[in-house]
Design a protein around this ligand. Sequence first.
Ligand code: HEM
Length: 427
Amino acid sequence: MTVPTEVREHTDAGGLFHVGRRWTDMDDWHARVAEIRRDEPVLRVDAAGFSPFWVLTRHDDVFAVSRDAAHWKNTALSVLGPDIAAREMEASGFVPRSLVHLDDHEHTAHRQVTNDWFKPAVVKHRQPRIDEIADHFVERMRELGGECDFATDIAQPYTLRVIMDIYGVPESDEPLMMDLTQGVFGANDPEFLGEAADPQARVMQSVMSFIQYFNGITADRRACPADDLATVIANGEVDGCPMGDAERLWYYIIVATAGHDTTSFALAGGMEALLAHPDQLEVLRDGSRAGGSADASVVRAADEFVRWTTPVRHFMRYATAPATIRGVDIPEGGRVMLSYPSANRDEDVFADPGRFDVTRPDADKLLSFGVGTHFCLGSQFARREIRTFLAKLLPELAEIEAAGPAAWSESHFVSGVKHLPIRYRFR
Ligand code: HEM
């Protein structure tokens, strides 16, 4: 008897990595993936509509491949999609050219354009604005009167405002940016599909709207440069020449999208975990009484939020030559999936990895931001945003608890807690 694809995708091991719905029950996901990590750490997946790929589930393997950019390339297909989407992309000639799609010199040269903006000293310089924005959203929680959806009312608009502030995009355009980001990252989730016929169409619509929007921004910042990231990208040069039109547009898109949903999922998902582990909430509240966003307790807790939630679920790498990983042969051109959420629960690296622990001394071994030449450009911002919000909110709260079940978004690329009803009382 043939098992229908729909049923197989719900139960087979490979489906855990490419079927959006499998990412909506993370306890189940982690329990199953722990078995895969133990028994078949380099898992070959043959799924209908996808050419084969191998999932790397161990920390060591994700680390080693990420660090070996000479033998493992990102390519334009660095995010896993069905083969038909790759064929359509090629036929349309509309090939993505953002940092995560570039390799070798092209990648380094384009990354150089904004690199200075993301250095620790520069990011630190923006702390007063992050403080102001965090204050605003703590105040928003107060105004909401004791109940809200922490994910949609607070985490999403807070993280969006920080990134848009860096960009120099006005507050009035934030709803558009929110919609476009969800279109790019959340297209598989029916809630974010909008009026599009299918997820691929939704992604394309969002990309087109981003292009239109950022063409306007480029013209403006070339005419009137400002102290913002949009100005740096609009006027960016690569090897002494103005950046190409496609690369510039993809640059805007990657920073806008990668900078927002990721951090929002880490903050909302971390809060969900805190409420599910009240002892950890108490530990953190005790530690944060001293206050301040550089306080050791919020620094560790923010890392644990990012390890625990691991909002970027994967990137792909392509072999330039035949390779063998843990005895499994991967042919030249073969592709591996770097499973960051699995690597972050690797028993060989993290003590009792399934325990949410805001004082965890090994949390900084997290691979949530990747490692190597593509290491997340915005990790300093993301960490600061989370620490700052915790440092501001916790001393203000007398009580906080879940007011209903949380919901996780359906996506195998960037996903996490999309709804988190909470009840709370300020001091
Ligand atoms: C918790 C929040 C975040 C997570 C989990 C995250 C995760 C990641 C991961 C896994 C990568 C790929 C790393 C690799 O291939 O080795 C990446 C790349 C990137 N991230 Fe983040 N990110 C976050 C926040 C941000 C923020 C706030 C920004 C911008 C302000 C940002 C901008 C980027 C960019 C531009 C890249 C491409 C870098 C390259 O390919 O050279 N990210 N991020």
